[in-house]
Write a new protein. Sequence first.
Length: 137
Amino acid sequence: MDYSLCNQTVTLYHADLKNGFQCTRTLFRGAFFDAKKVQTVDKIGSKDSYSFLLILPSGWDGRPVWVDAAAAQPLGTDQTVFSLAAGDKVFLGDGPEISDRTDWGNFIPASVPGLVVVKDVDVKYWRGAVCHIEAGG
């Protein structure tokens, strides 16, 4: 696999709102992030919509290894892991720390340029092992 185009830094955010508030922030170096704006026009006007594609190689060239968010089990103290699920947020670049529910509530794409919300996650396999994660929205 060739991940030479995966050369961007993104910050992954996963919030746990069930037991108080906890936000996991993961800085991921070596991602591919492509966002685009699409404008549609019909008889009542125009509408803008935004979409993105995020590719996160799993374990290649020292990158973190993906683990399923539902069954997130650390792989060992020396192995860096990440998870990604629908509803998580992704920031292009080194994003800010999120310390409480108020910060999380204000951390929305409408007010933070470069921030997107994950709608779908697709795990890709090669030779029977996870090779990368594709996320979109």
